[in-house]
Design a protein around this ligand. Sequence first.
Ligand code: FAD
Length: 455
Amino acid sequence: MSSERTFDAIVVGAGPAGEVCAGRMAAHGLKVAVVERELVGGEGSYYACMPSKALLRPGELVDEVGRVPGVRLAQPPLDPPRVLTRRDEVIHDLDDSVQLPWLERRGIELVRGQARLDGERRVRVGDEVLQARRAIVIATGSTAVLPPIPGLAEAAPWTNRQVTTAEAVPGRLLILGGGVVGVEMAQAYATLGASVAVVEVLPRLIHREEEFASEEVADGLRARGVDVRLAAIAVGASRGDRQVRLEFEGGEALAGDELLVAVGRSPTTAELGLETVGLEPGTNVEVDDRLRAGGRDWPFAIGDVNGRALLTHAGKYQGGVAADVIAGRDVRAMTDGPLSPRVIFTDPQVAAVGHTLASAEEAGLDVSAVDQPTDSVAGSSFRGHGASGTARLVIDERRGVIAGATFTGPETAEMLHAATIAYVAELPLERLRHAIPCFPTRSELWLRLLEKAGV
Ligand SMILES: Cc1cc2nc3c(=O)[nH]c(=O)nc-3n(C[C@H](O)[C@H](O)[C@H](O)COP(=O)(O)OP(=O)(O)OC[C@H]3O[C@@H](n4cnc5c(N)ncnc54)[C@H](O)[C@@H]3O)c2cc1C
């Protein structure tokens, strides 16, 4: 016999987007349930952002120390098994119990199981029906895509799940896909001692970013021994006794012990019952700027599943906006599309917000770009030798504001937020010159960039 319970709102998926949304709705005084079929915390906590950064951070530290004369490193500087143990600590050994008190403190009901929409404002979880008075929020995230390359599925490739939770560092790792996940994992595993090849079908890595960023990241990977193959078309894959093979157009092949496929994500919308509420399964759940789906006032979709920006912070932001809308506030999401702030944690790091020069031109903006080497101000000298990179502002000439900014170099991630504030606030350049950066910090790059922009 099925039971039925009623809440103000039901969130399907307890990843970062769903959790933030549930928390904020609870703070608005709403009675909230969250349904989760795997781990509370979602992909980001266990198989994506958190473990990938835990794998990258030790190598980053070694690089940092190695650049500054007078500091000695133990040899070898990295202890891979302990790096993996530390990674396990960061992902709580795939146990989500530490996340539960956060929900409990907010009075949020956690329902474990696979949710299916079951008509208007209804969700079915096993035998139980959950009814929502106000809204259902779809926050089911995304899943790694396997391209239809003959033999690939049978070759048992790794996705983000296996690469972020591996129990040992493979001797040879092939990576199909030179996007963010591909380059970050190439960097991490090369640093941990694997022989890595990264294969990209396009003529450059991380193709959505500035061209100089692609080149610098490719150079950085090559400098640590990664075999970077560009414009390479994989046409077949196979796994034998001891190795996996990737074959390319033209007859070349690469062999490895493991193969990571990192060519993109698809929204987790199959088997979700979307068809019962007039939404299409298997595609992004498209939303308006209030995160409402299908032009109605009760289904919402936030995070990766709506395809606006596949980034944890974008999903969390959307979660907050959706919660406010559901609570009756008049707000809209404005800054969570493809121009969202983003960081690629390679060496050099790539930290960007807004347009690249090319995307601004494609969008028809009247823009110019000013560039400055990241290591060209006094504050950079403390980063040591070889801490190079490029800082670029894309200037909207008509409006006199920043249309985009990119900073490459070690630890530029923490420099990005100043640019994000200037970009989102649409601060006039004339006003920005009065934001005085401290001496000696790398933020003095802003002075050089603004000078070049004629301010
Ligand atoms: C390797 C890697 C590294 C990344 N690094 C970063 C980074 O550094 N910074 C960054 O901003 N982004 C990063 N991302 C992207 C980031 O992981 C995602 O944008 C983020 O996890 C999306 O959050 P979400 O809440 O939308 O979905 P998810 O985190 O995918 O959570 C969705 C949840 O819904 C649950 N679910 C799905 N279907 C159902 C159902 N029918 N019933 C019940 N529960 C269901 C799932 O089990 C899951 O827990 C990375 C991605 C990868 C792959």
